[in-house]
Design a protein around this ligand. Sequence first.
Ligand code: PLP
Length: 455
Amino acid sequence: EKKRDSKTIARSYHLPPTTNLSTHDITGPTLHVQKGNGIYIYDDEGKEYIEGMSGLWNVSLGFSEKRLVEAATKQLNELPYYHLFSAKAHDPAIDLAEGLIKIAPWASKVFFANSGSEANDTVVKMVWYYNNALDRPKKKKIFSRIKAYHGIAVGSGSLTGIPKNHADFDLPIKNIYHTSCPHYYRYGREGESEEEYATRLAEEFEKMVVEQGGAEECAAFIAEPVLGAGGVIVPPKTYYAKMQAIVKKYDMLWIDDEVICGFGRLGDMWGAETLDIKPDILVSSKAISNAYLPLSCVMVADNVYQVLVTQSKKHGVFAHGFTGSGHPVACAVALEVLKIYEERAIVQHVKDVVPHFWEKLKTFEGHPLVGEVRGIGLIAALECVKDKATKEAFDAGLGVGAKVAEFAQTHGLIVRNLGDSIALCPPLIITEAQIDELLSRLSKALDDTLEWVKA
Ligand code: PLP
């Protein structure tokens, strides 16, 4: 029997997301994934790969969690779908909302959507609705950061601060601004300490807020605790305290985007705990359902919720929601995820393996290609540079990062290159022995890339 030529079929009919449409017919898809097991995936020829990125930073419990399959199947049999519009309710959504508030007790209410992008579009509208409720029609400006990733829809894509996500799409929309990316290695000045750098960024942010009308017009600041797609960037230690002081001073809301950082990634349930952030609104997704089904949430503090209620009193319905908001099957899966986190102490497991991960990963600083090793918990990046002493980057056209990812794949490891930074975000269930195997495959990929650069 002739083997199905899946690559040709994929190229014939599929318009792929986030792909170079002009070259994918020639070069891709380069990996046709067929099966998953634990931290591993397998291609259509049976070759095994460690998924060093948990897919798209999301499959934290791995690719074969049977309990989630059973939870989904049970829910599909009982009530495969119902909506939550006009005060309808069902157990999976109610129970999940309760479960989430238990692990984020500072919040009082949870709104559900299907993706991080939808959740952040929701946030933009909530911030505007909130200020309409308070009769502050001018207070609509939302601040994000250069290199932030908050999604790809019109609102969330505007919050994103990555130029290629704006170019060609007429983004950002109005009322959205971007302040500096807090990456000391790249943007700290000669002789400037991390502390001084954090102060400079906070002063720059405050200046921007004042220029944009201060408390009267500035409504919110949104931040990922660790910037993910922008390159896995952990801000300097005092940065968040300084930024929070400004947000408070101008009576703005703090939006905490934990689409990647939530659910144990940084070593606590929330990145906000690890980095001492006090959110007014928290957005999460991805690991919430172990990515088996699309689901996201927006958690709001009670003081914010009470203001939203006053607007409904004046104008009726909070006219925002998705057909799939609180989908019962996705919620049932997420409830099982919460149970697994508790029963198997997943966050404690992360705390246990993190010292080993960092001890081994830090040795990559000695590699001739690696300028910086950065990250926290089980999220990291290695930045490849041309000159370690001067931090000079490689010519972007050379595609060094892409080459590392390509070599890694030949050695049975999936990583993602963000420019010349190589991101790692392995499933949280990874063991110390598997960490060693992952890093040994990565080391081979870097050595191959070094040979390729020299050639
Ligand atoms: N926010 C962050 C921090 C993300 O990393 C992502 C996706 O990677 C999003 C939002 C958007 O999520 P989605 O791709 O589910 O729309």
